[in-house]
Ligand binder design. Structure first.
Ligand SMILES: Cc1cc2nc3c(=O)[nH]c(=O)nc-3n(C[C@H](O)[C@H](O)[C@H](O)COP(=O)(O)OP(=O)(O)OC[C@H]3O[C@@H](n4cnc5c(N)ncnc54)[C@H](O)[C@@H]3O)c2cc1C
Length: 550
């Protein structure tokens, strides 16, 4: 079913969007939320950064509570249960503007996202009444326990079991969960366990006899965020604490991960904005060869590139917020949520890497904010589904929906092929990327048929082209004629060209391949662009502003 703008999950593969949400278009209320979150980040989180990293969990908890007093932990929770009952846009704005310290963001995200949303979205009135007000105010901290030592990506292979008690009034949970964010500070866990042939989700209070957490993991980054195993030994959980009905666990786990991925994307753009500002500040005050390093072309170019990566991801995150707010449910935009997760996490890694480089030797020293951000960012490509799993999910969902007739992909491929022969090349980069994807998808279907779902390298190529098309659409919908859009298009289209060519080379050979490559060249025909100059100009604009400036 299509939303107000005629959009539905995957409709970006068929046509460009007619509307989006942009930071420039925030309502007064959205601006106020951004300012509140930003002020909290600057005045409360950053000054406590070193204490949090020690780690000091009492401080972390009190900061979560302070965020709760401002309503920031209850944005997604309905007003009836003590929250603000706001939309996904507001939720993204908060996750984005609070993101100045990875450890806090992960604790906040695990609490407000995967820790609270299963209950907020799938709980019954009684369960919500009992727990949601405490979670909304962060008087209680939430956590989400799905992964196990032997089952991360393959989460449904879990071994934790829930057995019905003899009198049928409770379940007895036994097993061990692994890498649980907030485990050391959580009061309420959403635990997924096997109930016979199905998976169920349980609300488990941390003080229930038989619940224990393991020692803290010694992680590469996120030193202030608690990550522990959760051990369950014959833990008696009342039947009333089964979430969403028995056997509904897998449904809940995957729906929630969609929002988790979207919110992770939002936190990544906030992290990148913060890193960019620090890098600019450093570049303006650090002198070399008698000048601030910010005046050197190679530093400016890196700053420009950082701002461009951020702008692209920011456009995509708020575009997905716009889609999620059309009320079609969490499953509808699974492809788009996975796109944002992959794109924003990879964007952040590029930005933190440039930030370390701009800080020179200081950027390599333990405790420097750029060094910390570099370490903290890495896990974003691993949790909420690794980026490999998310790439497979993007293409796999596209193909499945096409087979189900939910997405008219075959017709779109045929239209692209027909247009190739008799219409001039599209000028919009987003449209070119979309058609390159359809061309590659058409060739892949023809070559592999139903077996395509086993061809991971082809699926990853299709996912990369889908990511490029979606992000470029988001950038063009934000402001098609901006210098940002032109520079992002110039860089992205080089990547699209390489990715599509490589995919075709893997799918065809001989004259057939040569013909397909000729189609691709025709499809991607563009005016040459001076990307170096664009990056330098955008870098100069950022340096003068002293922060990210669009
Ligand atoms: C700091 C941190 C916090 C976390 N917080 C939580 C939490 O709060 N709650 C929770 O439940 N979990 C949490 N996790 C667990 C996290 O979700 C898993 O680590 C993640 O899903 C990957 O699972 P895995 O580690 O078992 O890796 P594996 O699944 O073993 O993957 C190893 C490698 O194989 C690849 N791979 C796996 N399957 C495939 C496939 N089918 N095709 C191609 N490649 C594949 C992966 O992409 C990866 O590169 C956290 C992890 C960390 C590090």
């Amino acid at each position: 079913m299509a939303g107000a703008d005629g959009e539905f999950g995957g409709s970006f593969l068929l046509r460009a969007p007619s509307a989006t949400l942009t930071p420039e278009g925030f309502s007064e209320q959205e601006q106020l939320i951004a300012q509140t979150a930003e002020r909290f980040a600057q005045e409360e989180i950053l000054p406590a950064a070193e204490a949090i990293e020690e780690p000091d969990y009492a401080r972390l908890r009190s900061l979560l509570r302070a965020a709760g007093e401002l309503g920031l932990t209850g944005v997604d929770v309905p007003e009836a249960y003590g929250g603000l009952g706001m939309d996904f846009a507001a939720s993204a704005i908060v996750a984005d503007h609070l993101a100045v310290l990875g450890s806090f963001s992960v604790a906040f995200g695990a609490h407000t996202g995967i820790g609270t949303l299963p209950l907020a979205l799938f709980g019954n009135a009684e369960q919500k009444q009992k727990y949601l007000p405490r979670l909304a105010s962060a008087t209680w901290v939430g956590a989400y326990a799905l992964s196990e030592a032997g089952s991360g990506s393959d989460a449904l292979a879990m071994r934790t079991e829930a057995r019905l008690s003899e009198d049928g009034s409770a379940y007895l949970l036994s097993g061990e969960k692994m890498w649980i964010s907030n485990a050391g500070i959580a009061d309420l866990f959403t635990v997924f366990a096997r109930t016979g042939e199905t998976i169920s989700a349980f609300l488990v209070e941390a003080t229930t006899p038989g619940v224990e957490t393991g020692p803290e993991e010694h992680k590469m980054g996120l030193h202030g965020s608690s990550t522990r195993a959760l051990r369950l030994q014959e833990v008696r959980v009342p039947r009333a604490n089964v979430l969403g009905g028995e056997g509904e666990g897998a449904h809940i786990a995957f729906r929630i991960l969609n929002v988790g991925r979207f919110k992770l994307g939002a936190a990544c753009i906030g992290g990148a904005r913060n890193c960019l500002r620090d890098a600019i500040t450093y570049a303006r005050q650090r002198h070399a060869f008698g000048r601030p390093i910010a005046e050197f072309g190679l530093i400016r170019q890196q700053i420009g590139a950082m701002a461009l990566h951020l702008y692209a991801a920011e456009s995509a995150v708020y575009r997905v917020a716009h889609l999620l707010d059309d009320g079609h449910g969490l499953d509808e935009y699974a492809i788009e949520c996975a796109i944002v997760k992959v794109h924003a996490s990879e964007m952040l890694d590029r930005v933190v890497d440039a930030a370390v480089q701009i800080h020179g030797g200081n950027g390599f020293v333990r405790g420097n904010p750029a060094e910390r951000a570099f370490r903290d960012a890495r896990v974003n490509r691993i949790f909420e589904g690794t980026n490999e799993i998310n790439r497979l999910l993007i293409s796999g969902t596209m193909l499945r929906r096409a087979q189900q007739g939910r997405l008219q992909l075959t017709a779109a491929v045929e239209q692209t092929m027909a247009e190739l022969l008799d219409t001039p090349a599209a000028t919009s980069a987003a449209e070119q990327a979309r058609r390159a994807l359809l061309l590659a998808a058409g060739v892949a279907f023809r070559r592999h048929g139903a077996a395509l779902e086993e061809e991971q390298t082809v699926l990853a190529a299709l996912a990369d082209l889908a990511i490029a098309a979606f992000v470029l659409q988001a950038v063009e919908a934000r402001q098609a004629d901006s210098p940002f859009a032109a520079a992002i298009a110039a860089e992205a289209m080089d990547a699209v060209d390489v990715r599509a060519r490589r995919a075709l080379c893997a799918l065809s050979e001989g004259d057939e391949l040569r013909t397909q490559l000729a189609w691709l060249r025709r499809l991607l025909r563009r005016e040459p662009a001076n990307l170096d100059r664009m990056q330098l100009e955008i870098g100069a604009k950022q340096t003068e502003a002293g922060r990210y400036a669009t």
